[in-house]
Design a protein around this ligand. Structure first.
Ligand SMILES: C[S@@+](CC[C@H](N)C(=O)[O-])C[C@H]1O[C@@H](n2cnc3c(N)ncnc32)[C@H](O)[C@@H]1O
Length: 302
């Protein structure tokens, strides 16, 4: 049965080169912390016949798609429905060759999940949870947070310059009726910002939707503990590659690695001083890749 794949994995060549193997039949292991629809895992399993991958994702729906796509690789691929920070914290130390993070969410979430991630889908209920068992959804953030807390979320996680105006407009709107759908929220945001901002380079709701999604899934809080634990899980000479899509994520990756480099006995080396970026051709073919940055580190020791 063929799977309907929506997400185009970014920087595939750069990821492959970041995880080199001299004998591609040699047995080795990888944790794909952000499995999604399994594009990066498929590439790695195809390139290295001796590789086994454990793929993690907190979203049960997307994992099913990846499992179907990767079933051709038999027991070389296994999936686990979990938050990556929880999984890595409990994983055996010093046992893994490669660990990949491709942070954020997938095109699947915007286009197919029906959970209100996209303001282009007007009728979806505001949810935005990756894990549908979590108690906090976008509906609670939008309808129950205080105006100050909302403004802080929108500012801190969206870097939205009109965070206070947008938060006030949300609170004003919800005193009449709860804001239920992505379209209703988009409409409130659109009408709250100055006219010249409504027709700028990006849609005025982009940053607020990003911020609410980050708050719901505690996305940024998970990165540093996960990277710390991932370093512990690597074998000597094992590598971590992290792909980030906005400055908030990238800053955390950069500072976490700096913290390890500044230790009395550093446990990693940086493989590229500046993060790698996608080629111009990739950005043209796959515009969402435009903001990607790839950082790679190697574990020290013999
Ligand atoms: C950008 S997509 C990965 C796409 C994937 N590399 C591919 O080629 O299809 C990120 C995925 O990570 C998942 N995710 C994000 N944060 C997570 C976390 N803290 N723990 C587990 N999964 C997470 C999301 O559900 C999403 O499916």
């Amino acid at each position: 049965m063929s799977v309907n794949i929506l997400h185009c994995p970014v920087m595939k060549n750069e990821v492959l080169q970041s995880f080199p193997i001299t004998d591609c039949n040699a047995s080795c292991s990888m944790i794909d912390c952000t499995l999604g629809e399994g594009g990066h895992s498929e590439m790695m399993l195809s390139a290295y016949p001796g590789l086994r991958i454990v793929g993690l994702d907190r979203d049960a729906q997307i994992i099913k798609k990846a499992e179907e796509r990767l079933s051709v690789f038999g027991d070389r691929f296994q999936s686990v429905n979990t938050w990556f920070d929880d999984y890595l914290r409990d994983h055996e130390l010093g046992t893994v060759d490669f660990i990949l993070f491709d942070l954020g969410i997938s095109i699947f979430h915007y286009q197919e999940s029906q959970r209100g991630f996209s303001f282009q889908k007007k009728e979806e209920i505001l949810d935005m949870r990756l894990c549908v068992d979590s108690s906090l959804s976008a509906y609670e953030v939008v309808n129950e947070y205080s105006q100050d807390d909302l403004a802080d979320v929108i500012y801190n996680y969206g870097e939205e310059r009109y965070s206070r105006r947008i938060a006030k407009a949300i609170v004003d709107a919800r005193t009449k009726n709860p804001i239920r759908t992505s379209g209703e929220l988009e409409n409130v945001i659109f009408n709250s910002v100055p006219v010249n901002y409504r027709y700028g380079r990006i849609h005025p709701a982009t940053r607020t939707f990003q911020a609410i999604r980050i708050e719901v899934n505690k996305e940024l809080d998970r990165i540093e503990p996960a990277l710390d634990a991932a370093i512990g899980c690597l074998k000597p000479k094992g590598r971590i590659a992290v792909i980030t899509f906005h400055s908030l994520e990238d800053r955390i990756a950069k500072w976490t690695f700096k913290k390890h480099l500044a230790m009395d006995k550093p446990d990693i080396v940086l493989l590229n001083k500046k993060p790698l970026e996608p080629t111009r051709e990739e950005c043209e073919i796959n515009p969402p890749s435009r903001s990607a940055k790839l950082r790679v580190v190697e574990k020290l020791g013999t």
